[in-house]
Design a protein around this ligand. Structure first.
Ligand SMILES: *Cc1c(COP(=O)(O)O)cnc(C)c1O
Length: 650
């Protein structure tokens, strides 16, 4: 229930950082402002980053620092969040986000309602309100807010309507940007602050210190205990009696504001280790922010959830069966289960995502949808969702793919979509995606871009994964039902990686379940003709708005991918996969065109199921394994679309 996150700021020592993380800190903040007594030495910051950056959001705090200094510090320490505490304007904040790929938290000293409206001009990831009053401003600034508030912090909170900052001013707050509350918070007053303001996170610095820059373990523990005991931020939208404050230990005076504050909402992640981010033209930033806000609201909204569930059941055909492939199992002398995404309407997992996004677009009031497609599967799914929901639809497709995939082009046209041929470059998926992004830049006010896989700038990879996670949620339950245990391996093919993340997501915390991603080995990974950036040669690079593993040459030119299956024919991959690979949680392998075709034929003969060539890659990898008693394979789609290709090969 309690979901208020805790940030511990003004950390200068690894030991303090470790304690904060072990107590469950969401973020730890290091101050790099020279004028602060809590300034964190860079060497120590490096140690903290090395030890903890995978476990906690590392925030760097800056006050009017030069752009280059912030960018290089953020890069060096791999900061997740850059907190700007000076006079930085909205454009500077956006530039920091773009250059660092980190989230940006804009801090503002709150004195009166004017200041609160001031922060709404900042389209950043977090708004940090520091309860420093006007008269304290100079002093607070010199100490990045938190410190100076030690002296007057009690006042800010006393009686819920302090002298320096009346929390009721927040009633006029309209922004949905997650709010971080800071300034004079202590174990004693944090509970009341949460009840009144319902922030996304609370930020403590001096309030948990023994001396400036040195944390007091006792006070830190007390602070976390107070926050988790506050039973806070039960958002009224989720059915709690309209904002009634239930925080134990908080006086009745605190209930006054609780009802009118917007529920604190959890944002989605932008980064997966060093991957992900938002590398897009400035003009797209507001759209990405709007999209993330709409998504966070929608997924917490019963109406939206119910409508999507209803469509998934009655229209898409979910839940899809989990099928024990008996003849295949017999041959391999172990149990093989297939998650039958091929039985979805339109023949693959793609509709789970396209329908969810189209529904979201409608909710956002967008009347026009654009999409990119390679083989046409995502184009067909999107055109289908648009027909169903009465939305205008334009699908970008390379001229070469239009020629190769005529049946899908005809399907899209019948469904009412306009297929826009792209004639640049290799005239395939990569160019189609670039063209779709170009369209979006100029039409963003009324257009939503439905990205077809777990790729692209944040928040897309997270949204697509969440929409596809239904695959894993169902499969996990189904296999427990059937076998009474979890599978030994979960195997899925990886193009952009959406079906794989969809099924992996339910098993990520089950350490004993191996997660296997299978990429396109094309004509062999020792040749240049493959599509296996995770398995070989994909260095970190930026493609289509995110940093991920990308096939590129020495100069960073993106290479062309090759695969017999158009759905895997892409030189990049989703950023979360690159991170899962680096951390070892998932392993990735490549399977050649020829091996995939053999597996395609085998499954067809043995089980009477014609798989998509993409899915046949996952199957082919499984066929090569000995031992391992229980495999779950995501059969991402059906192979009708691939008949001509397979027959041509004889
Ligand atoms: C598009 C597609 C894929 C590849 O996309 P992911 O995002 O990696 O899942 C795999 N299988 C089928 C059937 C597809 O249509």
């Amino acid at each position: 229930m309690c979901s208020t996150k805790v940030k511990i700021c003004g950390i200068t020592r690894l030991a303090d950082a470790e304690l904060a993380v072990s107590l469950g800190a969401w973020s730890i903040g290091m101050v790099f402002y020279r004028g602060s007594p809590r300034r964190c030495p860079l060497v120590e910051a490096g140690r903290i980053s090395a030890a903890l950056r995978r476990r906690v959001q590392l925030t760097g705090v800056f006050v009017n620092a030069p752009l280059e200094e912030i960018v290089s510090t953020a890069d060096q320490l791999q900061l997740s969040i850059v907190q700007l505490h000076g006079d930085e304007g909205p454009a500077f904040c956006s530039e920091i986000a773009r250059r660092t790929g980190a989230k940006v938290s804009k801090a503002i000293q709150v004195a009166d309602g004017g200041d609160i409206r001031e922060i709404e001009r900042f389209h950043v990831d977090y708004h940090l309100l520091d309860a420093g009053g006007r008269q304290e401003r100079r002093g607070a600034r010199a100490d990045v807010g938190h410190g100076a508030m030690a002296e007057n912090g009690g006042r800010a909170l006393r009686g819920g309507t302090g002298e320096t900052f009346d929390w009721s001013l927040l009633e006029s707050r309209r922004s949905q940007v997650p709010l971080v509350l800071s300034g004079g918070l202590t174990p004693e007053n944090v509970c009341q602050a949460i009840a009144l303001v319902h922030p996304f996170a609370v930020d403590a610095a001096s309030g948990v210190e023994a001396a400036p820059g040195i944390k007091d373990p006792q006070r830190m523990r007390a602070f976390f205990a107070a926050v988790s005991g506050s039973g806070s931020t039960a958002p009224s939208a989720l059915g709690a009696p309209s904002g009634l404050d239930t925080a134990p230990g908080c006086g009745p005076a605190t209930a006054r504001l609780a009802r009118s504050n917007a529920p604190a909402v959890a944002a989605v992640e932008h980064h997966y280790g060093p991957y992900g981010g938002q590398f897009v033209p400035e003009t797209l930033m507001p759209a990405l922010i709007e999209l993330e806000q709409a998504w966070v609201q929608a997924r917490g909204d019963h109406g939206f959830e119910a409508e999507l569930q209803q469509l998934l059941r009655r229209y898409v055909g979910r839940p899809t069966p989990l099928y024990r492939a008996s003849r295949l199992s017999q041959r391999l002398r172990r149990s093989i289960y297939l998650k039958r995404e091929d039985l979805n309407h339109t023949g693959s997992h793609k509709l789970n995502n396209a329908l969810g996004q189209a529904l979201l677009a409608k909710r956002m009031g967008k009347s026009r949808i654009i999409a990119e497609t390679g083989a046409g599967q995502h184009g067909v799914a999107t055109a289908t969702a648009c027909a169903l929901l009465d939305l205008e639809c334009v699908v970008y497709m390379g001229e070469e793919d239009v020629r190769r995939q005529q049946p899908n082009v005809q399907r899209m046209r019948l469904l009412g979509a306009r297929v826009q041929e792209v004639t640049t470059g290799a005239r395939t998926l990569k160019e189609a995606t670039s063209e779709a992004i170009r369209d979006w830049v100029s039409t963003v006010a009324h257009t939503h871009y439905v990205i077809g896989s777990a790729v692209g700038p944040a928040p897309y990879p997270a949204i697509v994964r969440e929409l596809q996670s239904v695959i894993g949620a169902e499969a996990r339950e189904q296999i427990l039902q059937a076998e009474g245990r979890l599978p030994r391996r979960v195997i899925a093919c990886v193009g952009g990686g959406s079906n794989a993340l969809g099924i992996f997501s339910a098993f990520l915390d089950d350490g004993e379940v191996e997660l296997i991603g299978v990429e396109a080995g094309g004509e062999g990974i020792d040749t240049p003709r493959h599509g296996a950036p995770l398995t070989v040669g994909g260095r970190p690079g930026i493609l289509h708005g995110a940093r991920s593993a990308v096939m590129q040459d020495e100069e960073g030119q993106i290479l062309e991918a090759h695969s017999i299956s158009a759905g895997l024919d892409y030189p990049g991959t989703g950023p979360q996969h690159a991170h899962l690979r680096d951390t070892g949680r998932a392993r990735y392998f490549a399977v050649t065109d020829a091996e995939a075709v053999d597996a395609f034929k085998l499954l067809t003969r043995l089980e009477g199921i014609i798989p998509a060539l993409e899915s046949a890659h996952a199957l082919a990898w499984a066929l090569e394994q000995r031992g391992g008693e229980l495999d779950l394979i995501c059969l991402s789609g059906r192979g009708d679309k691939d008949l001509a290709e397979v027959l041509r090969l004889g």
